[in-house]
Design a protein around this ligand. Structure first.
Ligand code: NCD
Length: 306
């Protein structure tokens, strides 16, 4: 199976076999990440970031560099006229002449999909509004696979902002490809996962919604904490009413399963106490390393190098 030339816009565009292919490509990348490689020599990646980012952009750039390729691009927080669909189209039509692959992050939902339709080179969605963040979900799944050996049968709690957080949407779709996983969706009422996503994943896997993290802590293998997405609230008073809803502490984790792991897409604000970092459960920094391998693998796949 080849993923050469494919766009990576939504997890829903891929089968389980294709997702597994991406995970095995990441495995192949570990030795290359350590010693460097030239498999993408001469290839250029353009990063078009219309919204702030640190790790996603640096992770893609590092991935490209470690494979011998190079990168160009921009990171303009809160870009102005570029938020209009027409101008995005023009930007893409220009930049595709300069690069072999485009990595796009945009505050508007649908922007990456549009970019993919316009561009003649592969487009990778690095976050589209509160809709999706597929490469984060692939690295989340990869983290679970590396830590537990397999995804099947895992019980995963997603905690925090399930309404505006895009990583949780992509991750929920990805987990729903693994039939006997169970998902606990823990959030304040206001930040419950969107109904359409819930309906889709509910067809394939067991899903339980709730508000109390402590109650389900002894049951789950993965505690996936997320930041309340302050910048995506239309009403600041709404944000004030839910901020600080969850704060996972070292003491809380005494109730967790022995082998349970804590994950987080980062950046963290106050939802995971710093004293969790030194527990046996913390995996959020390890997740960053796995993310590098996944992005190396994805670039190599869409550019036809593996
Ligand atoms: C996430 C994002 O941008 O959606 N960050 C990331 O890419 N790891 C999560 C967040 O901003 O809370």
């Amino acid at each position: 199976m080849s993923l050469e030339g494919r766009d990576i816009i939504s997890i829903r565009d891929f089968t389980k076999a294709e997702l597994e292919r991406m995970l095995s490509a990441a495995d192949l990348m570990e030795p290359l990440a350590k010693r460097g490689s030239e498999i993408l020599k001469g290839k250029i990646m353009a990063t078009l970031f219309f919204e702030p980012s640190t790790r996603t952009r640096l992770s893609f750039e590092s991935a490209m560099n470690r494979l011998g390729g190079s990168s160009i691009g921009f990171a303009e927080p809160g870009g102005t006229s570029v938020q209009k669909g027409e101008n995005l189209t023009d930007t893409i039509k220009v930049v595709e002449n300069y690069a072999d692959v485009l990595v796009v992050r945009h505050p508007l939902e649908g922007a990456s999909r549009l970019a993919g339709e316009v561009a003649n080179v592969p487009v990778i969605n690095a976050g589209s509004g509160s809709e999706e963040h597929p490469t984060q979900a692939i690295l989340d799944i990869y983290t679970m696979k590396r830590e537990f050996g397999s995804i099947d049968g895992l019980k995963v709690a997603m905690v925090g902002d399930l309404r505006y957080g895009r990583t949780v949407h992509s991750l929920a779709y990805a987990l729903s490809l693994y039939k006997n996983t169970k998902l606990f969706l823990i959030s304040p009422e206001l930040l419950r996962m969107r109904r359409e996503v819930l309906e889709d994943i509910g067809k394939n896997i067991e899903v339980e919604e709730g508000r109390d993290l402590k109650k389900i802590l002894p049951e789950v293998d993965v505690i996936y904490m997320t930041r309340i997405q302050k910048e995506r609230f239309a009403d600041p008073a709404e944000y004030e009413s839910v901020k600080g809803s969850y704060r996972l502490t070292r003491a809380d984790l005494k109730e967790a399963k022995e082998g349970a792991i804590v994950m987080h897409p980062l950046p963290r604000v106050d939802e995971v106490d710093y004293d969790v970092d030194s527990t046996v459960h913390a995996r959020y920094f390890k997740q960053v390393w796995y993310g590098l391998l996944v992005r190396m693998g994805l670039l190599a796949l869409v550019l036809g190098a593996v």
